[in-house]
Design a protein around this ligand. Structure first.
Ligand SMILES: C[S@@+](CC[C@H](N)C(=O)[O-])C[C@H]1O[C@@H](n2cnc3c(N)ncnc32)[C@H](O)[C@@H]1O
Length: 215
């Protein structure tokens, strides 16, 4: 099983930024249009789509946490968009340092801050935030159920936005045999445990949360 330390060490230099750019997450490509956005635009589109689906702009969050924040760009984007305070937390000291540098270069001061911490043991008081974002951090967590519990505690009743590569939902009794795309994803990431969308829904529902949108 990949340890937390192994995962932190995966992100200890510029490699990911060079490959992915300053967002380390997938993009949103609208199949209903012929326009093909560039990668960075598509990555911003993904954030916008999730905010739109969850009606976040109406709720105007003022206190946001980005769990597994990478090198900061989603956190900075949200803080600026909503004039909110945003804390990014990441297991990688390198990412936290890099995020702080990028944020400071934009003069954001204590509006956006970063700290090293483990998503499986969030160092915050219960109920501290009114929006939780976590983009593609969960794939690397070995205990998804514990992660969901942590999120529910730091922001009970608040909107929680998670994006994550999942394997397909399985029919009853079906065991997972990876298809081509799943095999590709699994071989590219350190995936200590990989689950389907249905399993995430089940975990959230066990906290009596309403699951609004899946896509
Ligand atoms: C694929 S990157 C996504 C980064 C960022 N969310 C983004 O969208 O740009 C996954 C991030 O999760 C972080 N991560 C992995 N395991 C973690 C853990 N246990 N606690 C906190 N962060 C973790 C990694 O260090 C990495 O920055």
């Amino acid at each position: 099983m990949a340890s937390t330390m192994m995962i932190a060490n995966m992100y200890n230099d510029l490699t990911w930024e060079e490959i992915w750019g300053d967002h380390i997450h997938q993009g949103f490509y609208d199949l209903n249009t012929t326009a093909k956005p560039d990668r960075k635009t598509a990555q911003f589109c993904l954030i916008e789509e999730t905010l739109h689906f969850n009606n976040v702009s109406v709720k105007k969050p003022k206190s946001i946490v980005d769990v597994g924040c990478g090198i900061s760009v989603p956190a900075i984007y949200l803080a600026k968009k909503y004039g909110a305070k945003c804390i990014g937390i990441d297991i990688s000291p390198y990412n936290v340092k890099r995020g702080t540098k990028i944020s400071n270069a934009q003069g954001l001061g204590d509006m956006v801050t970063f700290q090293v911490g483990d998503a499986l043991q969030l160092p915050f008081l219960d109920g501290k935030f009114n929006l939780v974002l976590s983009m593609e951090c969960r794939i690397q967590l070995h205990d998804k159920t514990k992660f969901v519990r942590e999120l529910v505690h730091v922001a009970p009743g608040a909107t929680t936005i998670l994006t994550d590569p999942c394997h397909r939902d399985l029919a009853n009794e079906e065991s997972l045999k990876l298809n081509k795309e799943e095999f590709f994803l699994k071989s590219k990431y350190v995936l200590p445990e990989w689950v389907s969308r249905a399993q995430y829904v089940y975990m959230f529902k066990s906290y009596l949360l309403k699951v609004l949108h899946l896509f």
